[in-house]
Every structure is written in structure tokens, then in C-alpha cells.
Design a binder for this molecule. Structure first.
Ligand SMILES: NC(=O)c1ccc[n+]([C@@H]2O[C@H](COP(=O)([O-])OP(=O)(O)OC[C@H]3O[C@@H](n4cnc5c(N)ncnc54)[C@H](OP(=O)(O)O)[C@@H]3O)[C@@H](O)[C@H]2O)c1
Length: 261
């Protein structure tokens, strides 16, 4: 359940951009923040059937430079300035065959969407934040950056690159009042993961959902994640309650990753 506490979490009135805010994790983040009184601009390639109140849709392909530029311009025009950026759009096509057989195109696409969309959007929206001396940027990464999943090697590598970029940016802009953090979700039962499960089922004839649970090493919490599990963490990182949280990674995976960092 999305937990709306508009009066106490300081999100009311915040001006927010959520990439890929129309489905899955992004839609839950959008509902959570808009429900707490934020004004939200969301972007995706296709328009959703409906949107919560206080949410403005921008059609853009964020895997392209022109798409990101169009979003940044539309967001600034609509909101007048941006306080919170949630770089959520991401994902990748599954590879087939061995790792050396992954095509250059798969690698390139994964980097454009999972890394460059964030680099470009942050670059466009940071100047206003730095000028005001405040802001929060949240990168939605993945446990795939740490976990070997052969058909998603290109995706994991792109998320690992996002992590390195996120940490470096956090260090550079923190002295000027802008906080950058990231979230690494585990297995969240969204459309993207359902497609992955179906692919496994079709190609291997086994229960795709159970196979992914096994692939992530099991889930000690006893259930797959919901988009709201991630949205609540984003709400915290976006709020002023997280004032001293800088360059952090919140791994939210029901306990799948067993290692101590
Ligand atoms: N689900 C998981 O288990 C999981 C685990 C770890 C990390 N993550 C990360 O969490 C984020 C969200 O994942 P999800 O599972 O919620 O994905 P999803 O259900 O597939 O939703 C993806 C969203 O991004 C938009 N999008 C995709 N490609 C885009 C593009 N080129 N330009 C603009 N918008 C685009 C989609 O809308 P359109 O299709 O209309 O463009 C949609 O709104 C991703 O960064 C993903 O890597 C997910």
C-alpha cells in the first residue's frame, strides 16, 4: 500500500521529475509523491491511460539525447524549476547465447537508457538546483549490478556504471546542497519482470517466476517486491528528512543479496 503522509514528510509543494513514471516502479513513485502533495512531471514513450492529480505527462524517448532535452525543457516550463529528479527509466532486452555473443546494439541500448538518460537529464536540471543550493537526485539502479545474470550482463554492467557515476556526482555536488543517492531494487513484480518470467517459461518450459526468484538467490522476506516497496524509499530520499543522506545506496531486495558490503 502506498503510504501518504503529506503533512509530515515535507514533500508537499516539491517539484519532481520521474522518468518512466507511467508503469511499474515509476508509476508507484509518481503516485506516492503526488499523493504527498508534490507536483510531478513524468516521461515515457507512450501515454498512460490515466494519471494521478498533479501529474503532467511528457512523451519522450529517453534513450536519445533529443528525448532527454525535450523532457528537461518541458519540465522546467511546466514546473518553473525542479527540486527532485528520479532517474527511474531503465531496463534492457534479454540477450541470447553466450556473453561474447551479446551484440554491440544490446550493449549500446543498455548504456543509453540506463546510464546516459540519467547523465543527460541530471546535467540539464542540476544548474537550477545548484543555484538554489538544494535538491535531491535519486538513481534507480538494480541488484543486477552485483549479481551475475548472463542474459542481462549488458544491463548489469550499465547499472554498475550508473552506480559509479551516481557516487561521483554525489561527492561533487554535496558541498553545494544537492544530494545524490541510489536505490538498488531486487525482484519487483512489474511488467518488465513479468515479461522476463514469460520468456523463461517459453524458452525453458519451467515456472519463470520461480526461476527468477532462484536467479536472485531466493528472497528471505518470503515474497517478491512491490513497486510501492521502492516508492516509499524514494519518498524518504526525496524528503528533507534525508538531509544527511549523501551518496548512499539503499538495497531493497527482501534480503536476496547476502554479502556484507
Ligand atoms: N522490476 C524489477 O525487478 C527491477 C529490479 C531492479 C531494478 N529495476 C529498475 O527499476 C526501473 C523501473 O523498472 P520497472 O520494472 O518498473 O520497468 P517497467 O515496468 O518496464 O516500466 C518502465 C517505465 O519506463 C518507461 N520507459 C522505458 N523505456 C523508455 C524510454 N526509452 N524512454 C522513456 N521511457 C521509457 C516505460 O514507459 P514506455 O514503455 O511507455 O516508454 C515505463 O514507464 C528500471 O530502471 C529498472 O532497471 C527494476
Amino acid at each position: 500500500m502506498v503510504n501518504n503522509v503529506a503533512s509530515s514528510d515535507g514533500l508537499a509543494g516539491k517539484r519532481v521529475v520521474v522518468t518512466g513514471g507511467t508503469k511499474g516502479i515509476g508509476a508507484a513513485i509518481t503516485a506516492r509523491l503526488a499523493g504527498a502533495g508534490a507536483s510531478v512531471v513524468v516521461a515515457a514513450r507512450s501515454a498512460p491511460e490515466s494519471l494521478p492529480a498533479n501529474v503532467h505527462f511528457v512523451k519522450a524517448d529517453l534513450a536519445t539525447e533529443s528525448g532527454v532535452t525535450a523532457l528537461a525543457e518541458a519540465a522546467l516550463a511546466h514546473l518553473g524549476g525542479v527540486d527532485v529528479v528520479v532517474d527511474n527509466a531503465g531496463g534492457a532486452e534479454l540477450g541470447t547465447g553466450t556473453i561474447p555473443e551479446l551484440s554491440d546494439q544490446l550493449w549500446e541500448d543498455a548504456y543509453q537508457l540506463n546510464l546516459m538518460s540519467a547523465v543527460r537529464l541530471d546535467r540539464a536540471l542540476l544548474p537550477g538546483m545548484l543555484e538554489r543550493g538544494s535538491g535531491s537526485i535519486i538513481h534507480i539502479s538494480s541488484i543486477a549490478a552485483q549479481l551475475v545474470q548472463p542474459p542481462l550482463t549488458h544491463y548489469g554492467a550499465a547499472k554498475a556504471a550508473l552506480n559509479a557515476y551516481s557516487k561521483a556526482l554525489a561527492t561533487e555536488v554535496a558541498p553545494r546542497g544537492v544530494r545524490v543517492n541510489r536505490i538498488a531494487p531486487g525482484m519487483i513484480w512489474t511488467e518488465a519482470v513479468q515479461t522476463f518470467a514469460q520468456h523463461i517459461q517459453d524458452t525453458q518450459g519451467v515456472d519463470g517466476k520461480a526461476q527468477i526468484v532462484e536467479l536472485v538467490g531466493g528472497i528471505p522476506a518470503g515474497r517478491v517486491g512491490t513497486p510501492e516497496d521502492i516508492a516509499n524509499a524514494v519518498a524518504y530520499l526525496a524528503s528533507d528528512q534525508a538531509e544527511w543522506v549523501v551518496g548512499a545506496e539503499f538495497r531493497i531486495d527482501g534480503g536476496s543479496i547476502r554479502q556484507v558490503d
